[in-house]
Design a protein around this ligand. Sequence first.
Ligand SMILES: Nc1ncnc2c1ncn2[C@@H]1O[C@H](COP(=O)(O)OP(=O)(O)OP(=O)(O)O)[C@@H](O)[C@H]1O
Length: 480
Amino acid sequence: MTSPVIEVEHLYKVFGRRPQEVVRRITEGASRDELTALGTAAVIDASFTVQSGEFFVVMGLSGSGKSTLIRMLNGLNTPTSGTVRVFGHDLAELSAPELRRLRQRRVSMVFQHFALLPNRTVLENAAYGLEVQGVDLAERSRRALEVLERVGLKGWEARFPGELSGGMQQRVGLARALAADTDILLMDEAFSALDPLIRREMQEQLLDLQADLAKTIVFITHDLNEAMFLGDRVAVMRDGRIVQLGTPEDILTDPANDYVARFVRDVDRARVLTARSVMEPIMAQVQVTSGPRTALRVMREQQVSFAFVLDRGRRYRGVVSDRDVTRLIKQGSSDLASIVQPSLTVGPDEVLADLVRPSVISRLPLGVVDDRGRLLGGIPRATLLASMSSVPATTQALDVITPEARELAAGDTLVPEAKAALAGALAADGRGDASGSPHASDTATATPDTSAAAAPAPHESCAGGDDATPASAAGGEETR
Ligand SMILES: Nc1ncnc2c1ncn2[C@@H]1O[C@H](COP(=O)(O)OP(=O)(O)OP(=O)(O)O)[C@@H](O)[C@H]1O
């Protein structure tokens, strides 16, 4: 993203009898509801810029002013006050023919209800924008065919819109906008009429197309999930005002007010939050050249059983465990590199949904590395799950296992299998003897196979984890 292609400053649009008066009264502090007799303030004091190649989403409930706003970006609505500049041109200063040219060549629009011409073929519909631009038949057919193929409609060129499903009709609408090859695409609730599955497919396809074609897209939706999925930035509108403007992560993690927070509650966080936003700092890290005693000291200081290992260029190599380090010391070797275990890494911009699989198959926290392989942070599984479910990653003891259960496990009333299972559950509770039962820890250790199952998963934190063998214990072995 480089230069702003759309610049909006203090934009107002009031419909009704006395629009200028409404703007003046609002700037003096009146609310829009007080002024309904004078007019409807559909857009109030909107200011933002859209960068070249940006996917900018305007999100809000019905009536919040989204359509009015987007229609001012291509001159279909004239502002009551404020300015819109597109490629540096103040739209208010353009003549009607200049505005038309702008809409034909630089800013195209895709509507919710497709706006297809029913008695023209798919090909002719897709080529319509080019026809209006005066492009000759051969050339416009060639370009329309190309984009129809891109949006998955190859073979449907000779059909009429009425023969197509809603999703396909919307693809024709999109193809028409793409064929016109304008720099900016304005999309007004373009996918709202589609079934959820088709809608998701179209969203993904649109992101692919944008990645390929680098268009600037302003997209309107009332669906925050859609906004979060598509937008580089999202402007949330309420009652004519932009109440928050930020990246999806900004909005999700730091909603500006209760209104936005209520929306955010229902968002699918796994598709919005990225590795960068949930990763934890690495506490225990060592250089591969630093030797096993240093590694052990770092682990001991951090009370952890694994350390993250970096090479000279600060690139991430993997992890070493306290056990392996201790063994190395006993062998009299100083070659830390020989015991480095590779651990799975992810990029900082990967969304959490894509981290679930690596996190599940890895015993260790995921390493988050930048494109030069440098370690930025780590994501333990517990952190990942907590981030996706919107609960704090910090945990505290919950009295889930009752004293009665402990007594049952210690007594003779249960069949052996049930007793063993309960003992395992009690040990997995991992709270020592918080319930006050004197028997809980005995029970766990007296049942070898269940206690193994109950050992806490290694690496519950990026400090290195709390393996069954803490570094401090391993450190004891080091004393030659
Ligand atoms: N041409 C018009 N004349 C009078 N009032 C209008 C006009 N267009 C929009 N409005 C009013 O302006 C306000 C904002 O409408 P707008 O259509 O921009 O909202 P929206 O967020 O796009 O809603 P929707 O998703 O329902 O289209 C509403 O109160 C609407 O009734």
